[in-house]
Design a protein around this ligand. Structure first.
Ligand code: NI
Length: 148
């Protein structure tokens, strides 16, 4: 088991009260567990920022399929970056909108380039890249999309 170290942290009472509320809201059983969770999350975010980090993740987008040539452009971009794409899920949400979830794997900088290219295509209403470093495969995120 990993050796434990103890630290003391000085906080303003106002900040501590807000932190206690967050701790309760997120279901942490105690303050130490909450600190560990937040530190791990921040360390994960930092490691995923490295451009050479190998990441797996998802690019999620909602778009209006009536926009002229949009489908063709999105497919062409995916073909140009197919070495990064594992699979794509397409859902026809309603008469106007499509949802696509693209599962990607590769260097963080390349994945970000692909995500920016797709999300920046005219007609894409919402887009989000959710990267995960391979060391943090248990990390997950839920995205909810509002169409209007
Ligand atoms: Ni569709």
């Amino acid at each position: 088991m990993t050796e434990l170290a103890r630290i003391g942290v000085a906080l303003s009472t106002d900040l501590l009260e807000r932190f206690d509320e967050l701790t309760t809201k997120r279901g942490y059983t105690n303050c130490s567990e909450a600190f560990r969770g937040l530190i791990r999350a921040e360390l994960f975010r930092e490691s995923a920022k490295s451009p050479t980090a190998r990441v797996v993740g998802t690019i999620t987008m909602v778009y209006d399929h009536h926009v002229r040539l949009l489908n063709d452009k999105l497919i062409q971009t995916q073909l140009d970056f197919q070495h990064l794409i594992i699979t794509t899920l397409h859902v026809h949400l309603d008469h106007d909108h499509c949802l696509e979830v693209i599962v990607v794997r590769g260097k963080a900088a390349e994945i970000e380039g692909l995500a920016n290219s797709l999300i920046g295509t005219k007609g894409v209403k919402h887009g989000q890249l959710t990267p995960n470093t391979r060391k943090a495969m248990q990390y997950y995120q839920t995205q909810l999309w509002c169409l209007r």
